[in-house]
Design a protein around this ligand. Structure first.
Ligand SMILES: Nc1ncnc2c1ncn2[C@@H]1O[C@H](COP(=O)(O)OP(=O)(O)O)[C@@H](O)[C@H]1O
Ligand SMILES: [Mg+2]
Length: 208
């Protein structure tokens, strides 16, 4: 059972280069300008333990990690993140905006990695102890458009093959179709400002 706390939990997710980090920053700024206390987190990360787990997950010197190992590391990071940051913030009424969450594991290690996404959602519920996003916004764009935006060197996950990233995209779209009450897909082939506008409209509906 999902727990009811006074805050709201918003996730921005989607494939590489979709603009998640850009839009998380803009969303938190907009919420604060409109009188809502808000905080940004990044998944995996945002606590000392979770950031160490993130370093392992993104380390290019460790290219051969089993998909199940990845799942448990991501979930361990989330357990810590929920316990230390997200649950306390929601408890005092903050809007928490996360750059990726369980939806990423369902898309990457699930839809693309071959693990049953239903198992990943179950593990996510265990790791998060009853906390689940009120809204997950999927920023969607074709795989090649996303990669064209990424100018820096690719990390371990980003270096996987093109077909893998196509499955990731399909995974995100499928989960959004399955849970229209909790997901919204935003077409990201638009200017950052137009995407920001669409994100604000989706979040405003949840905050009302
Ligand atoms: N709507 C957009 N149109 C064009 N470029 C964008 C858009 N949104 C973000 N970008 C650019 O694409 C790159 C990746 O954005 P970023 O926010 O880091 O994506 P993500 O966190 O999803 O990987 C950045 O250089 C950013 O400025
Ligand atoms: Mg990012």
């Amino acid at each position: 059972m999902a727990e009811t706390l006074p805050g709201k939990f918003i996730v921005l997710d989607g494939p590489e280069g979709a603009g998640k980090t850009t839009q998380v920053e803009r969303l938190v700024r907009w919420l604060r300008e409109n009188g809502r206390q808000a905080t940004a987190v990044r998944d995996p990360g945002s606590t000392p333990v979770s950031e160490r787990i993130r370093d392992v997950l993104l380390d290019k010197r460790l290219p051969d990690m089993d998909a199940r190992t990845e799942v448990f590391l991501y979930m361990a990071s989330r357990a810590e993140m929920v316990a230390r940051v997200i649950r306390p913030a929601l408890g005092v009424g903050l809007v928490v905006v996360s750059d990726r969450f369980v939806s990423s594991t369902a898309a990457y290690q699930g839809s693309a990695g071959g693990i049953d996404p239903a198992v990943i959602w179950d593990l996510g519920r265990i790791a998060c102890g009853g906390i689940e996003p009120d809204l997950t916004i999927i920023l969607d764009l074709p795989v090649e458009d996303g990669f064209a935006r990424l100018v820096r060197e690719h990390d371990r996950i980003e270096s996987k093959q093109r077909a893998y990233h196509e499955k990731v995209r399909e995974g995100f779209l499928a989960m959004a179709r399955a849970r229209p009450d909790r997901f919204v897909v935003i077409d990201d082939r638009r200017s950052p400002d137009e995407v920001t506008q669409a994100v604000q409209e989706a979040v405003a509906r949840v905050l009302r």
